[in-house]
Design a binder for this molecule. Structure first.
Ligand code: ADP
Length: 428
């Protein structure tokens, strides 16, 4: 009849080493399935026959090593087939890492030799860093390794909400739709989406994270041999560059993969030339990487927060809780009120301790803030503690002195101390 939907199913035939690049339309999901051959999405094999549903706006590629036919149902923003990809060079890197993992596994007991590769992926924004990290992790997991994924990208990280650095073991190839499973990530809350707000705090948190991972590796030969893949931020100039060097050093990276930037690569080669155990490798950026503008990034951040509370497809039911003002202990880190220059002796600089804790009185600015729930038992442990999760302030009643917040579940919070950064979220 006249109400029948237009037929939108079509087949796409891919020759060997080609990929089908897709940007899902902004307002409708896309369905895709593998009909013949084999294909993978960012390192994870597509199961045969089963329809997969990709949410609006997602950008991905289905790549085949030996040829495949896929079927898609729905409209896309753009889609095309590419026969030139850097995938062979990427999988060659994987092969080298795999050999190093095997060597590490064969040398138990020797503290140096038993350490698998510690890979750090660097490059400007939109060079494909997260995507390459994901492929290396999924290929490793497919072969039975359990590498640790470390995401230092506070702007567009893929482990938890923005403003955090985090780590999690990857035990299975990463699901192309669901992303990284959120079982038990180790999360540190920085609270801002750019590093410049408090560079020292960022460094302190990176050190804490590295320290905990080092301890975990010491007691777990399997994850030690599997090593880690560290994704970084797209800031590569000035402070960004300094923070890259800091991360390489702090995590004792042994392989630095540089995507899409000659200059960065030669600078890193130069500063690291005396470290014989560090390889700096330049890799080509994929032509499929999509540039995302500031607005899109902001949207993605907002979606990540929504996803934390409600799930990717509204499958979670967060709980609205009410607390008395006096029940919540909220702190800010650094940037507290400074002595004005005029109040200081001539020549003295106002010194704001970047890791100073300032208690926050309940005020209007907290409305719509996303706060982290610290595992700290005492306030002076807040800086060095990881966080259990997040809450979102939805209402503040100054008359009854009650505050309403959304949390992933009902009941008391997993910690007493809350941290406020600059993360604000307005439910779309
Ligand atoms: P970075 O981490 O360097 O900022 P990403 O890896 O996040 O870059 O890539 C940017 C965007 O491009 C992401 O949305 C990603 O899914 C998409 N993308 C990356 N590689 C491809 C590809 N080969 N085909 C289609 N989309 C891609």
């Amino acid at each position: 009849g006249s109400t029948a939907a237009p037929k939108t199913i079509r087949q796409v035939k891919l020759d060997k080493e080609c990929e089908f690049r897709v940007e899902v339309s902004p307002d409708a999901p896309l369905r895709l399935r593998l009909l013949t051959g084999t294909a993978e999405i960012f390192g994870t094999e597509i199961p045969p026959e089963i329809w997969l549903t990709f949410p609006p706006r997602l950008k991905f590629a289905a790549f085949t090593w030996y040829g495949a036919t896929i079927e898609v149902d729905g409209t896309t923003e753009t889609d095309y087939i590419a026969d030139e990809t850097p995938m062979v060079s990427y999988v060659n890197v994987h092969a080298v890492l795999d050999a190093r993992r095997n060597r590490a596994k064969a040398s138990p007991g020797d503290s140096d030799a038993s350490q698998g590769p510690r890979v750090i992926v660097v490059g400007p924004t939109d060079s494909g860093k997260s995507t390459l990290s994901r492929m290396l992790l999924s290929w490793a997991a497919k072969q039975g390794w359990k590498p640790t994924f470390v995401d230092l990208d506070i702007g567009q990280g893929s482990i938890t909400i923005p403003g955090c650095i985090a780590a999690t073991p990857i035990e299975l190839p990463i699901d192309p739709v669901e992303g990284i499973p959120l079982d038990m990530p180790l999360v540190y809350f920085y609270g801002h989406t750019t590093p410049g707000v408090n560079v020292d705090l960022y460094k302190v948190l990176v050190k804490e994270l590295a320290h905990i991972l080092e301890r975990q590796f010491a007691g777990n030969a399997e994850s030690r041999a599997a090593g880690m893949v560290i994704n970084t931020m797209g800031w590569i100039e000035n402070i960004g560059y300094e923070l890259l060097l800091h991360a390489i050093d702090t995590f004792n990276a042994t392989v630095v993969l540089v995507l899409g930037q000659e200059k960065l690569c030669s600078m890193l080669k130069d500063v690291l030339k005396n470290k014989s155990n560090v390889d700096v490798v330049k890799l080509q950026k994929s032509g499929g990487v999509v540039s995302r503008n500031a607005k899109f990034r902001q949207k993605t951040r907002s979606h990540r927060i929504r996803e934390y509370f409600y799930g990717l497809s509204n499958d979670l039911s967060p709980h609205s809780n009410v607390a008395n003002f006096s029940d919540l202990c909220i702190y800010r880190i650094g940037g507290g009120p400074q002595a004005p220059r005029s109040a200081l002796p001539i020549g003295a600089e106002p010194a704001a301790d970047p890791t100073r804790l300032t208690p926050v009185n309940i005020n209007r600015d907290l409305l719509h803030s996303v706060l982290a729930v610290s595992f700290a038992k005492e306030p002076d442990e807040i800086i060095s503690s990881n966080v259990a999760g997040f809450i979102w302030i939805t209402d503040i009643d100054f008359e009854s002195k009650k505050i309403t917040y959304l949390a992933p579940s009902a009941g008391s919070l997993p910690g007493k101390y809350l941290i406020q950064g600059s993360l604000i979220w307005y439910e779309p």
